[in-house]
Design a protein around this ligand. Structure first.
Ligand code: MF3
Ligand code: CO
Length: 253
């Protein structure tokens, strides 16, 4: 099990490097926010993201990771995460989750956001708002003195009190000189459990929230995760650092 594995505590200098990497992530998201619109091909977004990342002297962190073929993950409607960009075009009323990973000089950044495409219905608006708020509730619990699953529990409680469900099969993670480090950070759990949080830990918190059941499956492309009931899903992610006070969001946009 992962529970005894070491959580790497980062020095202030390393956190500065992680902030630089995450700033590029944030810039990519900022640029994509202007480009998400009906008629846009998901692979066009991927190309824009890759150009920005390379122009900063950084590299896409997902491309080649376990043979993942693209810079972004672009997941539409019932797609939860890990959608592969391609010729599909965005349509009015869709929700689209975009996940960006960057490697700058060996330090990783990771963040995600779900955008509305044009006008979306009330149900989708509620889902996006609840998921973004879930991330910020989790960040609020990420403080010295708390335990890891205090974050998990707070996210789950908020999401379920809004009538939505949290995905079980994919979780947040530590991040640093690797895209994925210990600990795994579930978006569900019991308060008072898990390791104690310490200053200098860096986490990617990433609630994935479903309109219907939390059950998901992977499509035959080997990557795209979809809800089994076909209902929609949203995903917000930030990389954060534990400090003496409130957690610092390294991927602010
Ligand atoms: N943010 C996701 C994660 O942390 C994206 C990974 S996509 C992959 O797992 F291609 F790199 F696997
Ligand atoms: Co992540």
């Amino acid at each position: 099990m992962h529970t005894n594995a070491v959580i790497i505590v980062k020095s202030p200098r390393e956190i500065e490097q992680l902030k630089k990497s995450n700033t590029i992530v944030a810039e990519v998201i900022q640029e994509l926010s202007k480009r998400v619109a009906p008629g846009v091909m998901t692979r066009e977004l991927d190309q824009v993201a890759e150009e920005i990342i390379l122009s900063k002297g950084a590299f896409p962190a997902f491309k080649g990771y376990r043979n993942y073929p693209a810079t972004l993950c672009v997941s539409i409607n019932e797609e939860v995460v890990h959608g592969i960009p391609g010729p599909r075009t965005l349509r009015e009323g869709d929700i689209v989750s975009i996940d960006v990973g960057v490697n700058l000089r060996g330090y990783f950044g990771d963040a995600a956001i779900t955008f509305p495409v044009g006008e979306i219905d009330q149900g989708a608006k509620g889902l996006l708002e609840a998921t973004e708020k879930a991330l910020h509730i989790g960040i609020g619990m990420a403080r010295v003195g708390n335990r890891l699953h205090d974050i998990s529990h707070a996210i789950q409680k908020w999401v379920e009190s809004n009538g939505f469900s949290v995905v079980r099969d994919f979780v947040g993670h530590g991040i640093g000189r690797n895209l994925h480090e210990e600990p795994q950070i579930p978006n569900f759990g019991s308060p008072g459990q898990g390791p104690r949080l310490e200053k200098g830990m860096v986490f990617a918190l990433e609630p994935m929230v479903n309109e219907g059941s939390y059950e998901v499956k992977i499509l035959s492309d080997g990557w795209t995760v979809v809800t089994t009931d076909g209902k929609r899903s949203a995903h917000f992610e930030h990389t954060i650092a534990i400090t003496d006070g409130e957690a610092e969001i390294l991927s602010t946009f």
